[in-house]
Design a protein around this ligand. Structure first.
Ligand code: GAL
Length: 378
């Protein structure tokens, strides 16, 4: 009997092992740092791969309506791809402050700060050499009753990329066993007041990364309003209704249907921060976005605790060669970046992005993949 129990427990642990996050070597950065890649799986076919450089989503495979799996995010097969000029923040954790800070300047507690100008005339996505997408994070895989995850940690020293405070940041990617869902949770603490605004910059094409366009996808956003910008994509401070504009996605709409009206604007297409409608008091997460690709039947629902979402339609994609030699054409993928509003540090009327010593920054976003129940057109 004892022997039977022992054998049974061996068998159970063998199965549990098979489920746990698997780590493989993803190669080295230019300066010789080893990069690890972790594979997370659900029981219903989702396979996600995340790497330690930039706490980056490298692959997300999800089944289509016929059960055929495809990788639905842009990226590369090696670290060199991610380090190349072609990389427009594919799949990475973006920060310390995602999106733009006007002229790279802000004042905090009576002190002026100047950051790198890497998107004339502004600061973009946390800087140049040591932004959170470019550093190698430490990873710790974990397993719970409901799924598997990897927790990435990085301590950014005081003054890194010009930002004040030593910031300890954590990002975890958790794949639920029973659903095709990735829960991304961000945490941070600091020893001096500092702005922080983290997001993930995955580029989605639900027809499979490398498909020609994303203009055929249908999108719905839970946002009646957006933050208009000047010609350098810095918010003017106004919050304006989307009604009657090509930005009205309150009902599902084909992305390509009205984009041409925005081609000759500063955004070159969709590249706007949408103000999410308030989260109901009894809900932990707010519905943010619904994306559907008719042909494959794949859907993506995004739920978040953030007040905004940047909808960017891949206007700067320029035909770079990515995973498996596939071409990433202009507007062939979409980013849906849950976030606080851009340049919040310079807008008192926006929800604050200032983290203070003793406080914890904590926010989660869910990526929930599925299959459309009906194929109604929009
Ligand atoms: C987006 C941003 C775009 C562009 C892109 C990276 O988050 O809104 O304007 O900078 O990242 O190419």
């Amino acid at each position: 009997m004892i022997r039977m129990c022992f054998l049974l427990s061996l068998l159970v642990s063998a199965f549990a092992m098979a489920d746990e996050p698997v780590m493989t070597d993803f190669g080295k950065t230019k300066d010789g740092k080893a990069v690890e890649l972790y594979t997370l799986k659900s029981d219903s076919g989702l396979v996600a791969k995340v790497m330690t450089r930039g706490a980056t989503l490298v692959q997300i495979h999800v089944p289509d309506k016929d059960g055929k799996s495809e990788d639905v995010i842009l990226g590369w097969d090696d670290v060199a791809g991610y380090e190349s000029e072609d990389n427009q923040y594919f799949g990475c954790t973006t920060g310390r402050v995602c999106n733009r800070i006007a002229n790279g300047k802000f004042s905090l507690d009576g002190k002026d700060y100047s950051l790198a100008i890497n998107n004339e005339p502004n600061h973009l996505h946390g800087g140049v050499e040591r932004s959170l997408d470019k550093v190698v994070w430490k990873a710790r895989p974990y397993t719970t009753d409901s799924g598997h995850g990897v927790r990435f940690k990085y301590t950014s020293p005081d003054g890194e990329e010009g930002y004040p405070g030593t910031v300890t940041a954590q990002v975890s990617f958790f794949v639920a066993k029973d659903a095709n869902r990735i829960n991304i949770t961000y945490k941070a603490t600091t020893d001096a007041a500092t702005p922080i605004n983290l997001t993930n910059h995955a580029y989605f094409n639900l027809g499979g990364a490398g498909s020609e366009t994303v203009m055929d996808h249908v999108l719905q956003l839970n946002a009646d309003r957006y933050t208009p910008t000047d010609d350098t994509l810095i918010p003017t401070g106004e919050i304006t209704a989307v009604a009657g504009t090509p930005l009205d996605f309150t009902k599902p709409k084909r992305i390509g249907a009205r984009i041409e009206k925005l081609t000759d604007t500063a955004a070159l297409g969709y590249d706007h921060n949408f103000v999410l409608n308030p989260r109901p008091d009894d809900q932990n997460y707010n519905f943010a976005a619904f994306l559907r690709h008719k042909e494959s039947g794949r859907t993506l629902r995004i739920w978040t605790q953030e007040p905004g979402i940047q909808f960017y339609s891949g206007n700067f994609l320029e035909g770079q060669t990515g995973k498996g030699g596939k071409t990433y054409a202009h507007r062939s993928a979409i980013c849906l970046e849950t976030q606080h509003y851009p340049d919040s540090v310079n807008h008192k009327s926006f929800p604050t992005t200032i983290l203070k010593p003793g406080d914890e920054y904590k926010t989660s976003t869910l990526l929930h993949f599925g299959i459309a129940k009906d194929q109604a057109d929009n």
